[in-house]
Design a protein around this ligand. Structure first.
Ligand code: FA5
Ligand code: MG
Length: 379
């Protein structure tokens, strides 16, 4: 595991994970970098943008449906079974690959979605709930991708008393879409939105909701009618359910004009002081940025090379100082058939100017680690 993920796990007390794994505040794992261990998790800080948006969504959804119960403190290390099998993710699905999901052991992972808790809550007899938590994915590095982000999961069991004479799946789909369209309007006012057919192993039919933002369609959530076997397994045979999972950073970036996902992790008061608990009207005013520094690295690929692994190596060395890793050139040698990639790494600190010496030192370490860990041939 990369260094910073090890630090998350080390900071997580070694205690047996109970069925639900409810943690107390001070036992929460620290995020990879940028904030300190003692602070409460971001989505539970009332005046943090993630906390503000979470509270607003809870208020809206619970007003419409008081039966919805909230769970904000479920343990982020879950079993492979809970993260994948319980929600019917096929054995050969890409998301199970260690290139995409952080394995803590053979049998446990850092959850890659809050859907990992669906079945355990159903089995506890919970028919209507909202879960908010940090989720972890190995991913590329840029202004909208970070290896940890926050999701909110919603699940609602329905019975014959709800669907009456309607066809149950049709009823569930209609109620789900109405609920989420209402939520999008609550958050964004009269925004243009559209439903896109999607696939999730745990819902059928499945949809994604996109909103028109700065002229482009932005996917904000996935949802659908829960697979019947999950509802049945959960102890609600004869009933139906719908579920959704949305990304809190994505919503907050749109709503508050936050340009870079890494800002959510900063302790800089020039960021934090701009937000107030309960205020959804804030527009973030960027403070002056320090200059970036670009370094290129080129190498011949190995068979096992993946971009996620490259980003992982770079981030393990440079942490939050990496702003972006971008492919700028690729070619295949006509004779040898070997492929070469050139990546441009942007280094930048949110807090200070970086010196040439420290960047050069980082870049040398990055080059060394790329060569040693990715088995590629530097050029
Ligand atoms: C899921 O994770 C499903 N578990 C959602 C779901 C739940 C579907 C219940 C059906 C029923 P997906 O990987 O698309 O799906 O992520 C859901 C949302 O999380 C996305 O719409 C997006 O808003 C957010 N998200 C996904 N990846 C990232 C990322 N790398 N950075 C920030 N937000 C992300
Ligand atoms: Mg998606």
């Amino acid at each position: 595991l990369p260094k910073y993920v090890c630090s998350i796990i080390r900071a997580t007390p070694q205690r047996s994970i109970s069925a639900l794994g409810v943690l107390r505040d001070q036992e929460w794992p620290v995020p990879p970098f940028g904030t300190h261990a003692s602070s409460p998790p971001l989505a539970r800080r009332p005046s943090h943008p993630l906390g503000i948006i979470k509270t607003s969504i809870y208020e809206y959804l619970q007003k419409a449906d008081p039966a919805l119960k909230t769970f904000d403190d479920l343990y982020p290390v879950v079993t492979v079974k809970a993260n994948f099998d319980d929600v019917l993710v096929p054995a050969d699905h890409v998301s199970r690959n260690p290139n995409d999901t952080y394995y803590v052991s053979d049998a446990t992972v850092l959850r890659c979605h809050t859907s990992a808790h669906q079945l355990e809550l159903l089995k506890r007899g919970e028919p209507a709930f909202l879960i908010t938590g940090d989720v972890y994915r190995r991913d590329s590095i840029d202004s909208t991708h970070y290896p940890v982000f926050h999701q909110m999961e919603g699940l609602r069991v329905l019975g014959p008393e709800d669907w009456g004479s309607m066809e149950p799946t049709q009823y569930a789909e209609t109620q789900l879409k109405q609920t989420l369209e209402g939520l999008a309007q609550h958050l964004f006012g009269s925004v243009e939105m559209r439903w896109v057919d999607a696939y999730f192993p745990f819902t059928e039919p499945s949809f994604e909701l996109e909103i028109l933002f700065k002229g482009e369609w932005l996917e904000v959530l996935g949802c659908g009618v829960t697979q019947q076997s999950i509802v049945d397994d959960g102890g609600f045979a004869g009933r139906k359910a719908w579920a959704f999972g949305l990304g809190l950073e994505r919503l907050a970036m749109v709503l508050f004009d936050i340009p870079d996902i890494r800002l959510f992790w900063t302790e800089d008061s020039r960021f934090l002081s701009q937000f107030k608990a309960g205020s959804m009207k804030t527009k973030f005013k960027p403070y002056s940025k320090y200059p970036p520094c670009f370094k290129d690295v080129a190498f011949w690929l190995s068979d096992s090379f993946t971009e996620n692994n490259l980003c992982e190596v770079v981030r393990a060395v440079a942490g939050d100082l990496v702003e972006e890793v971008k492919l700028i050139d690729s070619f295949t040698h006509p004779k040898t058939g070997k492929t070469s990639h050139c990546y441009r790494i942007a280094y930048r600190s949110m807090q200070r100017s970086l010196t040439d010496e420290e960047i050069n030192e980082l870049q040398w370490t990055v080059r060394r680690d790329i060569e040693n860990q990715l088995k590629v041939e530097l050029r």
